[in-house]
Write a protein that binds this ligand. Structure first.
Ligand code: NAI
Length: 405
């Protein structure tokens, strides 16, 4: 094992050398463009933050189209091993080939490495055009469960043999009658997987001195899946965060409705209300913990609220390793044209720097992006909706960010 490997101790804390080797997957489509713009930004931020005493040694992993060309596979087992052994990796978007049986590479990475928490911080960057009046009030981090729920892939097509068998079982054994043409899917939600996700969300809120954690669920209708997600979330707070987190009931019964200084308020909201409330009172949301499907919807809706997917970063985090990734796809319509917005991967990189404890460098990256937007420049996706702005290419925007650091 090389001296440049990030290690993990028995408590799960990362041990990061000054010259860590970090794998990256460039990605398909616009992946090459955005990575070329992003890597110099990370290098500059690290150099500036630590006066040249730290530096990332980038290690390319071939996946997607590049993987197919170089190794004959879109995603090899070796590639997954490299990510797991290095504890941390960053990736651009990967194409999901269209056709029966083709599994998304992104889903394979998340499932094989058990990256159970999809973390999506959503924050506004002025003057990015937004469809709402006060996008600056949004500063919300979504913790979405990444491994179960209706996304588990346990589904049977209408009229298939399996669907007929399951329908027969439901009718004969469970007294449930459904149309015999139904397609079916299973929605597993377990206490173990709920609790490890909610634990991460609560730890994040406590460690960052935030005020509100909201459990988003549809437990009024799906009582034993979504309803149990809610119940188990409260159990984690009760069992692991005594004296740090209070519920709405405790807030009103014991504190006259006033949140005691330094405490986190844990509450729950029905999923449809969350969509309404994040538009009406976004400042009352710091962290949202959600099941897989609800989390998918709310994170993209929030990203749209602050001006789109091209800038929203994301991380998929497990106990063994974490993969930071651009949240958009491969954008084949603009691939190779140097037109993409590189901010999603750049801000995902800032999350990665935070994750390895290099928060000074992470702050420099975020400030660099902020300054670039404030200097009146934007890539074509945003420039077309803005006034008095200079349209720049993906590589130029990356250079501006790096120069701002
Ligand atoms: P997409 O996100 O690639 O594109 C949707 C629209 O947004 C397009 O008009 C595109 O030009 C634009 N867009 C996306 N990212 C942009 C950026 N950074 N800058 C400027 N414009 C941007 O979604 P689509 O078309 O549904 O998917 C294309 C491919 O990407 C598919 O193969 C899909 O499976 C894959 N994909 C991969 C993801 C990942 O690797 N995490 C996530 C989503 C999709």
């Amino acid at each position: 094992m090389s001296d440049n490997m990030i290690l993990i101790d028995e408590k799960g804390t990362l041990i990061v050398p000054d010259y860590p080797e970090i794998p990256f997957i460039e990605g398909d489509g616009i992946g090459h463009d955005i990575w070329k713009a992003a890597q110099p930004v990370f290098d500059k931020a690290v150099e500036k933050a630590y006066n040249g005493t730290k530096k990332i040694k980038w290690l390319e992993i071939f996946a997607g189209e590049k993987g197919l060309k170089k190794t004959g596979k879109r995603l090899s087992d070796e590639a997954l091993d490299i990510i797991e052994n290095h504890r941390v990796a960053i990736k651009g978007p990967l194409t999901t080939p269209v056709g029966k049986g083709a599994r998304s590479l992104n889903v394979r990475i998340r499932q094989n490495l058990d990256l159970y928490a999809c973390i999506r911080p959503v924050k506004y960057f002025s003057p990015v055009p937004s469809p709402v009046k006060h996008p600056e009030r949004v500063n919300i981090t979504v913790f979405r469960e990444n491994t179960e729920d209706l996304y588990s892939g346990i589904e049977w097509d209408s009229m298939s043999d399996c669907a007929k068998q399951v329908l027969g079982f439901l009718s004969d054994e469970m007294d449930v009658e459904l149309p015999n043409t139904c397609s079916l899917g299973i929605k597993p939600i377990s206490p173990e997987k709920t609790k490890r996700l909610v634990l991460k969300a609560l730890e994040y809120a406590v460690n960052n001195s935030l005020k509100y954690v909201t459990i988003m669920h549809k437990g009024n209708i799906m009582k034993f899946t979504e309803g149990d997600f809610r119940k188990w979330a409260y159990e984690v707070a009760r069992d692991k965060f005594k004296g740090k987190i209070i519920t709405e009931k405790e807030l009103h019964e014991n504190h006259g409705g006033k949140l005691p200084h330094g405490m986190v308020l844990l509450r729950d909201r029905i999923a449809d209300m969350v969509f309404a409330e994040v538009l009406l009172r976004p400042e009352e949301f710091d962290v949202i913990a959600a099941t897989n499907l609800n989390g998918d919807y709310i994170s993209d809706a929030l990203a749209a609220q602050v001006g789109g997917l091209g800038i929203a970063p994301g991380a998929n985090v497990g106990d063994r390793c974490a993969v930071f990734e651009a949240t958009h796809g491969t954008a084949p319509d603009i691939a190779g044209k140097d037109m993409a917005n590189p901010c999603s991967i750049i801000l995902s990189g800032a999350m990665m720097l935070d994750h390895i404890g290099w928060d000074k460098a992470a702050d420099l990256v975020r400030k660099g992006v902020e300054k670039a937007f404030n200097s009146g420049m934007a890539t074509p996706d945003l420039a077309k909706e803005m006034e008095n702005v200079t349209q720049v290419t993906c590589s130029e925007f990356g250079r501006v960010i790096a120069d701002n650091i």
